[in-house]
Design a protein around this ligand. Structure first.
Ligand code: ADP
Ligand code: MG
Length: 544
């Protein structure tokens, strides 16, 4: 066989391959780019991003997960960082920017270690050791909080909402969030649980933020099914029905032989008779409110209206489920099975106009297990940003109620873990030691970025913060963003669920380790032509 002079490729023409350090550096770069995009939004004084979609719709937000969800990211390694934010959002509902900033910083530090000719494998294993150790330290730092610690819960909610255009009404919104979470929290075998599904947040532009309210019951975005029905029912007895009140329409291929006009009448009478039977059953159960997931025939609506039953049709399944939790009604599938004890209760069911829409308020439920929050305020964009802020507040509260552990914010916890890790690194042998140290430094990116985004001198702040953490009883010391002073964050009311930090460190390090382990990026012919690869080649070009 002749000597092969040309490098041999086992891939088809048109496919692409990037190997070794090039692959690592390209992936690191892509990850850092994503982190840098959202870095400026971190903290109470973080900046906002204006997102414009292809239809020209504008959204202004500083929520990490929202930003990364809305922008198109094609590079595969960059997508892994986006995934970090998504996981964080799903698991804890807050701390997305923190997680991504950490990942970006871990990548940046890894890059300088690669420059010093430290092998990616060593960096990866050092990072793994460090993240496990960090988890241990975090557990020691956590403090307990319970559902009855009103002030702590309010502060958790407020910290969760910081920087999200909710500043002016943060007190009121925090109260609403705490109340909502308290209502939906249940206790089983000594442990608390709460489900976000049971808190419904509706945002309607118009009015002012101060008009926002919590309803001990539910708001359904539907109006009465017939104008003749009452618009207000006191001492409501509520029936929840999942099936339609209609006589099944005969399919096109079924023929009914009608031979005389009497026949037609008899047929129609039969239909009406069936509908009347269903409506009678509902009325006889004692229901004065009927909420139906499907459609209701005109004739049936007529009977319901005559009987003074407040009726909603085509209500979503989700709302029906929440209504059951709020009012205690049992969901009934077949109307003819409805019994008086299936009915739920509310002090008041009323149709009210909110902005341009008629909505149904079901309120005054005794011991409801689901609630509604109605957000009001200036523009659509504004109420939507408040909705996201409140959603974050609810998420962090639920996390705290379930876990019962909190920690100090404002970069305090990250700094304390950084200090402990740095001390620990001295006991680590070989090159991994450098990686553990780098990991500790990466954690400092949180207080550093908070300071930077607040317009403070980052070097001063970091030096002071490090010095403060070298003293006793320093675990709660963080950055006071208006003055740059080092303060006890728990006393200042900047508190967060410990889980935010645990999850952020976990997913950031996992993603970074995964990226570091890649030394070969192979793109097939089709993929090489794809958007993902264009992003990849672009990043590779930018590097050189
Ligand atoms: P994330 O998406 O990570 O939640 P945020 O923009 O909400 O990002 O910022 C969260 C960080 O800001 C946390 O480290 C938190 O402790 C800190 N933070 C929140 N409020 C304050 C405050 N009043 N002072 C100092 N730091 C704060
Ligand atoms: Mg946040």
């Amino acid at each position: 066989m002749a000597n092969i002079k040309q490098p041999m490729s086992v891939q088809e023409d048109g496919s692409q391959r990037i190997t070794g350090k090039d692959a690592q550096r390209m992936n690191i770069l892509a990850g850092k780019i994503v982190a840098d995009i959202i870095k400026t939004t971190l903290g109470p004084r973080g900046m906002d991003k204006m997102l414009v979609d292809y239809t020209g719709d504008v959204m202004i937000t500083n929520d990490g997960a929202t930003i990364l969800n809305k922008i198109d990211i094609s590079h595969p390694a960059a997508k892994m960082i986006v995934e970090v934010a998504r996981t964080q959002d799903q698991e804890v509902g807050d701390g997305t920017t923190t997680a991504v900033v950490l990942a970006g910083e871990l990548l940046r530090k890894a890059e300088s270690l690669l420059d010093k000719n430290i092998h990616a494998t060593n960096i990866a294993s050092g990072y793994k050791t460090a993240s496990e150790k960090a988890e241990e330290f975090l557990k020691e730092l956590g403090e307990t909080a319970t559902i009855s610690d009103e002030d702590i819960l309010l502060n958790i909610a407020k910290t969760g909402m910081t920087g999200k255009s909710a500043e002016k009404s943060v007190e009121k919104l925090a109260k609403i969030a705490v109340e909502a979470v308290r209502i939906v929290t249940t206790k089983d075998n000594g442990s608390y649980s709460a489900n976000k599904e049971n808190i419904k947040i509706d945002a309607k532009p118009g009015g002012s933020l101060e008009d926002s309210t919590i309803i001990h019951g539910l708001i359904v975005d539907e109006k009465i099914a017939d104008d003749g029905m009452p618009k207000k029912i006191k001492n409501a007895k509520i029936a929840l029905l999942t099936s339609a009140i209609e006589i099944k329409k005969t399919g096109v291929d079924a023929k009914i032989r009608i031979t005389s006009p009497e026949n037609v009448q008899a047929f129609l009478n039969q239909e009406e008779f069936m509908l009347k039977r269903i409506v009678d059953r509902i009325i006889n159960s004692g229901a004065n409110v009927l909420i139906c997931e499907k459609g209701i025939d005109e004739a049936a609506l007529h009977y319901l209206s005559k009987a003074g039953v407040y009726t909603l049709k085509n209500v979503t399944q989700k709302d029906i489920k929440k209504l059951s939790k709020a009012t205690g009604a049992r969901i009934v599938n077949v109307a003819l099975d409805l019994e008086p004890n299936d009915l739920g209760k509310a002090e008041l069911v009323e149709q009210r106009k909110v902005a341009e829409d008629e909505m149904t308020f079901i309120e005054g439920c005794t011991d409801p297990k689901a609630v509604s929050i109605l957000i009001r305020g200036g523009t659509t964009q504004f109420v939507e940003s408040i909705e996201r802020a409140l959603d974050d507040a609810v998420s962090v509260l639920i996390t705290v109620v379930k876990d019962g552990t909190i920690c100090a914010g404002g970069g305090a916890t990250e700094m304390e873990v950084a200090k402990k890790l740095s001390d620990f690194s001295n006991s680590v042998k070989g090159r991994e030691q450098l990686a553990v140290k780098a990991f500790a430094e990466a954690l400092e990116a949180v207080p550093k970025t908070i300071a930077e985004n607040s317009g403070l001198d980052t070097i001063d702040v970091l030096v002071n913060l490090r010095a403060a953490h070298n003293k006793e009883k320093s675990k709660a010391l963080g950055v006071e963003t208006s003055t740059g002073q080092i303060k006890d964050m728990i006393k200042a009311g900047v508190v967060e669920p410990l889980r935010i930090k645990q999850q952020a460190i976990k997913s950031a390090s996992e993603a970074t380790i995964m990226i570091l382990r890649i030394d070969d990026v192979l793109a097939g012919k089709e993929l090489a032509k794809s958007e993902a690869n264009k992003g990849m080649s672009k990043a590779a070009q930018d590097m050189v």
